[in-house]
Ligand binder design. Structure first.
Ligand code: S3P
Length: 166
C-alpha cells in the first residue's frame, strides 16, 4: 500500500480529512507539522522565530526522506510541502498526492481564529490569502495526482471521493 499525501494551502482541511480517511481506510495517520514539532520539541511558530523558515523547510524535506520504509500511511502535509521539487519527487516515489482546495474566503473563515501559522500572522486577510494562494497554485497543481474541492462538502464526502480514486 502506498502512502496518501494530503496537500493544499493552510485551512483546506488536511488534518480534518486525514481523520475521516483514517476511519474509512483503516490506515495510520501522521500529521507532518506535529511530527516536526515532536522532533524539534518546539511549536511551529517558535521553530520559525528561533531557527528560521529555511530550517523548517529542511525539517519537512528530512521527514519525507525517512518515509520510504513505512507501511502505507496517510500523511497530512504542511501547506508549503509541494513548493520544493525534492519534496514532490519524494512524495511521488512512495505515494499518491491529493490536493485539497478551498476558496480564499473559506480559508479565511477556517484560519482567522488560530495563531499557529507564522506565515499568516502578519497579514491575515482574505486578500493576502488570495495573493499567496495564487503564487502557490501552480506548485500545488503540478504535484497533484488528484484534486478535490472542499468548499461546501463534509469531511466524510471528501474522504469517499478520495477513496474512489485509490
Ligand atoms: C505552512 C503551513 C502550515 C505549517 C507552517 C507553514 C505553509 O501547515 O506547516 O506554518 O507554508 O503553508 P498547515 O497547512 O497544516 O496549516
Amino acid at each position: 500500500m502506498k502512502h496518501i499525501f494530503l496537500t493544499g494551502f493552510m485551512g483546506t482541511g488536511k488534518t480534518t480529512i486525514s481523520g475521516s480517511l483514517k476511519e474509512l481506510l483503516h490506515m495510520d495517520v501522521i500529521d507532518m507539522d506535529q511530527a516536526i514539532e515532536d522532533m524539534e520539541q518546539m511549536p511551529i511558530p517558535e521553530i520559525f522565530a528561533q531557527m528560521g523558515e529555511t530550517y523548517f523547510r529542511q525539517c519537512e524535506t528530512g521527514f519525507l526522506r525517512n518515509l520510504k520504509e513505512r507501511e502505507g500511511t496517510i500523511i497530512s502535509c504542511g501547506g508549503g510541502v509541494p513548493l520544493r521539487d525534492e519534496n514532490v519527487e519524494a512524495m511521488k516515489a512512495c505515494g499518491i498526492v491529493v490536493l485539497l482546495t478551498a476558496s480564499p474566503e473559506t480559508i479565511y473563515e477556517r484560519v482567522k481564529d488560530s495563531h499557529d501559522r507564522p506565515l499568516l500572522e502578519q497579514n491575515k486577510t482574505p486578500e493576502y490569502i488570495r495573493e499567496l494562494l495564487d503564487k502557490r497554485e501552480p506548485y500545488y497543481k503540478r504535484a497533484a495526482d488528484l484534486e478535490v474541492s472542499t468548499d461546501g462538502k463534509s469531511a466524510g464526502q471528501i474522504a469517499e471521493e478520495i477513496k474512489k480514486f485509490l
